[in-house]
Design a binder for this molecule. Structure first.
Ligand code: NAI
Length: 389
């Protein structure tokens, strides 16, 4: 169980780029980071609007002279200080991730970046090489995968409790873009290839599904994939507001993934069902405290987070304990903690720790982008089956 005790050598001096007053995801980062004494928020370039960013930052308790107008100013100001930031989170629109991450790494600063990490696998590989050369960590905020029941699912699969995995069924949908009003800033950049990249919902929400499936099914690789995508609101084309992806895995399993932001009225968010030869499990982030466990021929069971009957891998990352709700903020706190532990180990030169430590890093970010590239290649070929490359 995680109880907030610090597990790293010292608190990391932490900064943010983006995630300001108007940003959707910024508070999730702070909710995750400021939990276990592992990070102290000391600097930021929080907003494109410098004045608003400064006002926001000082309200968060950041010193006025460390609330910068731009990320370039942040890098210059922080690298000139003895007590400059160790790590910076990038919570800005997709098209800025690559440039900001590279600049931070070049300045010797660890990075925690939003997904989808970059536009291309080539960019991911360039950054992976840069991070390796500089001895720095790149973490990626796949924020849903810190939940203890995700790790329960992974442990159940690893221990053979489901038998051989046959079917993977995943859905992340909502209806917030069912209408055609794309005037909000956060929708405008998401529906423009220049600022979003080559996908809308596949990158925006599909990458969460894909990464979680990698956590639960690390032994399975996609061999073939078919992606059918469509913009129901034509002005969003060539980007999609809806997509279905079929996948063939190397163990013979079949996968189906549905992402949509035009699922009118739907608030179900994410749902995962992993079907094995003996049993199935199903989890949704709408009811994150419960895992449905169905053994063929037996009554269905609902497993609750924090209960002693769960696997050790799940109990070890539980924060609230049974009977009390464990939610998204707790999941993000785990992700931030695991990344802090990776940064701490890197700073200490503890490669042995890093070789077994699990956190969403540059490889996870790269694999998400690789999956997107394959989805787009298939969709552009007319929803054709393609070999996964
Ligand atoms: P948003 O449009 O709501 O906010 C972006 C923020 O970044 C704004 O405050 C803006 O002023 C600021 N900004 C933009 N460029 C900047 C720059 N160069 N320097 C400083 N600040 C800058 O966007 P949202 O929804 O917060 O998404 C940001 C990123 O987070 C995206 O990559 C998105 O895919 C990702 N995201 C991830 C989620 C997750 O669960 N991991 C959830 C929501 C978004």
């Amino acid at each position: 169980m995680i109880n907030g005790e610090r597990t790293t050598s010292r608190p990391l001096r932490w900064g943010m780029v983006g995630g300001g007053r108007t940003g959707q995801v910024g508070y999730k980062h702070r909710t995750g980071a400021l939990r276990d004494g592992t990070y102290q928020l000391v600097a930021g370039a929080f907003d494109l609007d410098a004045e608003r960013g400064r006002d926001f930052g000082t309200n968060l308790g950041v010193a006025e002279d460390r609330c910068y107008a731009t990320y370039q100013d942040l890098i210059a100001g922080e690298t000139a200080r003895e007590d400059g930031v160790d790590v910076v989170s990038v919570a800005t629109p997709n098209f800025t991730h690559f440039e900001i991450t590279k600049a931070l790494l070049n300045a010797g600063i660890h990075v925690i970046c939003e997904k989808p990490l970059f536009f291309t696998v080539a960019e991911c590989e360039e950054v992976a090489a840069l991070a390796a050369e500089k001895g720095l960590i790149v973490g990626v905020t796949y924020g849903f995968t810190g939940h203890p029941l995700v790790h329960q699912m992974a442990a159940m699969v690893a221990k053979g409790m489901l038998g051989d995995i046959r079917i993977v069924d995943m859905q992340y949908t909502h209806g917030f873009n069912a209408g055609d009003d794309d005037s909000a800033d956060a929708v405008k950049w998401r529906t423009n290839p220049a600022t979003a990249g080559s996908t809308f919902v596949l990158g925006d929400i599909g990458t969460h599904l894909y990464y979680l499936s990698e956590v639960v099914l690390p032994h399975m690789k996609i061999e073939k994939l078919l992606c059918d995508r469509k913009a129901f609101i034509p002005s969003r084309a060539p980007l999609e507001d809806h997509a279905t992806v079929l996948m063939h895995y190397d163990n013979g399993a079949r996968g189906r993934l549905w992402v949509s932001s035009v699922n009118a009225g739907n608030m179900g968010s994410q749902r995962y069902r992993f079907v094995g030869s003996k049993a199935s499990i199903e989890w949704s982030d709408s009811h994150p405290d419960q895992l449905i466990y169905e053994v063929q021929g037996e009554p269905n069971r609902i497993l609750h987070h924090g209960m002693p009957y769960l696997e050790q891998e799940s109990l070890a990352v539980d924060r609230m304990g049974a009977l009390h709700t464990e939610g998204l903020g707790d999941s993000w706190a785990n992700i931030y903690l695991w990344i802090a532990q990776a940064i701490d180990a890197k700073n200490r030169g503890d490669e042995a720790f890093l070789s077994t430590h699990h956190y969403p890093g540059i490889t996870a970010g790269t694999e998400g982008v690789r999956w997107l590239e394959n989805c787009v290649r298939s969709a552009d070929a007319g929803a054709a089956w393609i070999d996964f490359e």
